[in-house]
Design a protein around this ligand. Structure first.
Ligand SMILES: NC(=O)c1ccc[n+]([C@@H]2O[C@H](COP(=O)([O-])OP(=O)(O)OC[C@H]3O[C@@H](n4cnc5c(N)ncnc54)[C@H](OP(=O)(O)O)[C@@H]3O)[C@@H](O)[C@H]2O)c1
Length: 349
């Protein structure tokens, strides 16, 4: 079994290579620069790496490279600029596709633009196969199983420690700056629209303590959840301090001078908590909680496991939300060895 990793020499790409190698899966390193791809193979200890050069605007080279593998994992952000060409080439090559994108408008554009083509080609396309969207989307499906059709879902992200975002994540923030400043899209009454306000609210973490100020944020699962859950409204919140920091203009020259991403040591200090709060029309409430370490490492585990499952046990072809591509509880349980824990509970919110 072989996975083609596009953007294999990036920070996230190398983590995906290392995880695939650890799991005994073959990898094809694909990107626009052979020397950088070879250095990435060396960095993760791959001997005799299969390196294929394919620029994002060279469709024939992309298709040929992807045909040498069983699935494509695209880590080449910012996806807003380059993602569509890679999705298109994977579908043309007849290969399942996942990416690690967190750019809300790009993710929506994949659902809007590629569903029919993916279905006709018999491939599964799963955008946003990352540490946040996958558990959030899956827990939302499990909440809906418990409560039935829902009036509202609020997805909340809290992250502590970890050494900050990678350079690639910061470049993706620049591409998404307008929608971040606007507080993202919300889903309301059958369609997605700009968040009605960027007003702050606050939330108390499951263990208690002080309320943390939160603000609307363009989370990926706001796009994916309504694909499979009957729900009136879906919105995303992140820590107000983070949204304010990311909304300030970032100087690309400053980003280029930063380290590629957090060190392994810094990643080991990181904890994420994702809360998914659901309200039924009759007022019943339930909360899903997902907690874990190391967002980039967890994304690598999710992308590789997601690709492995698409190859061995594919879902109905098309562009799919995580919970449509994989059985939610089973997939979430597969993350336990990586210390990702989840629960779904009725709550007195
Ligand atoms: N929860 C989340 O939302 C989440 C979690 C993890 C990762 N992510 C996303 O994953 C992406 C990757 O992050 P990263 O830290 O790995 O970034 P990175 O280190 O900058 O790596 C980006 C990779 O993409 C390639 N690339 C960029 N533009 C390209 C183009 N025009 N043509 C061909 N290749 C191109 C780069 O190749 P060169 O070296 O040749 O430039 C590099 O291999 C980001 O968008 C990040 O936001 C999101």
């Amino acid at each position: 079994m072989k996975i083609a990793v596009y953007g294999a020499n990036g920070y996230q790409g190398k983590l995906v290579l290392a995880e695939a190698n650890r799991r005994g899966l073959g990898v094809v390193l694909v990107g626009r620069d052979a020397a950088r791809l070879r250095r990435a193979a060396d960095a993760v200890g791959l001997s005799g790496p299969d390196v294929r050069v394919a620029a994002v605007d060279d469709r024939d080279a992309l298709v040929a490279a992807f045909r040498t593998a069983d699935a494509v994992v695209n880590c080449a952000g910012p996806f807003t600029r380059t993602g569509a060409a890679v999705v298109e080439a994977a579908i043309a090559a007849g290969r399942h596709y996942l990416d690690t994108a967190g750019e809300q408008l790009y993710i929506k554009s994949v659902f809007d633009g590629f569903g029919a083509r993916a279905a006709a080609a018999g491939v599964c396309v799963v955008p946003a196969a990352n540490d946040a969207c996958v558990p959030g989307d899956m827990v939302a499906a499990l909440l809906a199983e418990r409560l039935g059709p829902l009036e509202e879902i609020t997805s909340v992200h809290l992250i502590s420690g970890g050494g900050g975002p990678s350079r690639g994540s910061l470049r993706s923030v620049i591409e998404s700056i307008d929608i971040i400043k606007a507080g993202g899209l919300v889903y309301d009454g059958g369609d997605w629209r700009p968040a009605p306000s960027t007003r702050q609210s606050s939330i108390v973490l499951p263990g208690g303590g002080e309320a943390v100020p939160m603000a609307p944020f363009p989370l990926s699962e706001v796009v994916t959840i309504p694909r499979h859950v009957r729900v009136g409204r879906v919105r995303g919140l992140a820590e107000a301090e983070l949204t304010a920091r990311l909304s300030a203009p970032l100087d690309p020259a400053v980003i280029e001078g930063l380290p590629e991403g957090p060190t392994e040591r810094a990643r080991a200090t990181q904890r994420f908590t994702y809360l998914i709060d659901a309200v039924a029309p009759d007022g019943r409430r339930a909360r899903g909680i997902v907690e874990g370490p190391d967002t980039y490492g967890t994304t690598a585990v999710i992308a590789v496991e997601g690709a492995r499952r698409l190859i061995t046990d594919p879902a109905e072809p098309g562009v799919l939300a995580p919970a449509q591509a994989y059985p939610p509880a089973d997939f979430l349980d597969s993350l336990l060895p990586g210390d990702v824990r989840w629960s779904v509970q009725a709550s007195g919110l």
